[in-house]
Write a protein that binds this ligand. Structure first.
Ligand code: GLN
Length: 201
């Protein structure tokens, strides 16, 4: 399997480390590609868009032509996991809790409405155990860092996990979005779910 990690900004290497854990656990092999240019999308079986600052990632990706090419690749079926800022980039509708409309460059592919910086200042970053039936029984330690929330899904998109009022994980066909950071735990279940359920041919 050849798995890309969008490597323009943010928590890139943590995902590479996580993929290594999956390789060890499953005794499989994964080629990791740090994607910075459109040509590096060729031959990928899946791609991860990491967390970071979604405006920065979007602006840089747009500038290099990567945003448009990535959009086309995902529309053509490339499996994608968007984490936090990555989930924001995947969303069709994005606003910021304080400033409202963000007018940032997006992939705009998933039928989800996302509110940036949903948890505000007091709860900017926190960890909590959540249940995610799609990845199996037992709590998943969810790490939220200036996290957004998915406030609505429609059409083909379905919520996979919630925390209070907010949807924290959703899937639409080949696209998976989480508002928390599964790469910051030692629990490989979400990456495995992505690689073996969402990206399975
Ligand atoms: N607050 C960031 C944004 O709005 C997302 C934070 C993250 O990816 N950890 O882009």
């Amino acid at each position: 399997m050849r798995v890309g990690i969008l490597a323009l900004q943010g928590g890139v290497y943590e995902h590479a480390y996580m993929l290594k854990q999956v390789v060890d656990k499953r005794e499989t092999s994964i080629d990791v590609v740090f994607v910075k240019r459109p040509s590096q999308l060729r031959g990928l079986d899946a791609i991860i868009i990491p967390g970071g600052e979604s405006t920065t990632i979007g602006v840089v990706a747009e500038h290099t032509g990567l945003l448009g090419e990535l959009r086309e690749a995902i529309e053509d079926g490339l499996p994608v996991m968007g984490v936090c800022a990555g989930a924001i980039l995947l969303a069709k509708s994005v606003r910021d809790r304080r400033v409202g409309e963000t007018k940032q460059p997006l992939l705009g592919l998933m039928n989800i409405e996302v509110v940036r910086n949903y948890y505000g200042r007091q709860r900017e970053s926190f960890e909590i155990d959540v249940e995610i039936p799609a990845v199996g029984k037992g709590p998943f330690r969810a790490v939220f860092i200036r996290a957004p929330a998915i406030t609505k899904t429609w059409g083909e998109a379905e919520p996979l996990a919630r925390l209070d009022e907010a949807i924290i994980m959703a899937r639409q066909g080949n696209m998976l979005a989480t508002t928390f950071h599964p790469e910051l735990t030692s629990d490989t279940r979400i990456h495995e779910y992505f690689l073996y359920e969402v990206a399975r041919k």
